[in-house]
Design a protein. Sequence first.
Length: 256
Amino acid sequence: MEGNCGDPMTSDPSTHTRSTPILDFDTPTIDQLVTARGWRQLDTQPRITAIYSFVRDEIPFGYNRTDSIPASEVLRDGYGQCNTKTSLLMALLRATGVPCRVHGATIDKRLQLGVVTGLFYRLAPTNIIHSWAEVWFEERWVALEGVILDRAYLSGVTTHLERSSGPLIGYGVGTDDLANPAIEFRGEPTSIQMTGVNQDFGVFSDPDAFYARTGQNLSGFRAWLFAAWVRHRMNARVERLRGCAPSAPCSLVSAT
């Protein structure tokens, strides 16, 4: 599940560098960010590392109104979850000329337990739409799934659970080693929710194509309820977890 690292690049490189309605890197806000950070002037690995680190830690973990919002809206929100942070990461990579694609999957909803509880957890689909970016680096595709959770949130989770090692599925985390998750990009795949993956849809040129095939996690009334109310409760819970400290233990608000 760490990406199809041996697959060749498509014969049409523009497939993995073009803008789309979701990967709207030609918008002024994204162009201004890329220019201000000087990412285009960096060599390939430092460029990927800088963009990846920005999305991981400067765009903290949180729940947007829906999965398919444009990357520019994720940037404006200032937070994101697996699917939306993947869109922003891909848009920034493509804005700097780095080819990338999206890998689609589902995760078991147990991975979300601790962030969402109560009635909405019971109503949530068992298999939750999940995705991560794969970047073309050194003649292979490398998965960047570890971008999802910011360091401050991971630290808060370990404080709340009063443990910092061993496997964990829950609180948005899916890893075999909580003490040393593979979240740093050093030219190899990164991951932070991968042990929760339970279905693989394969790779797509962009998130637009992925959602056109699979749809999104919620629709109708449940989608409205999530956007209008539930996600705000989930984001409040995430903020409480992120702020956990031994001197100020968490007291999480129920999501019901």
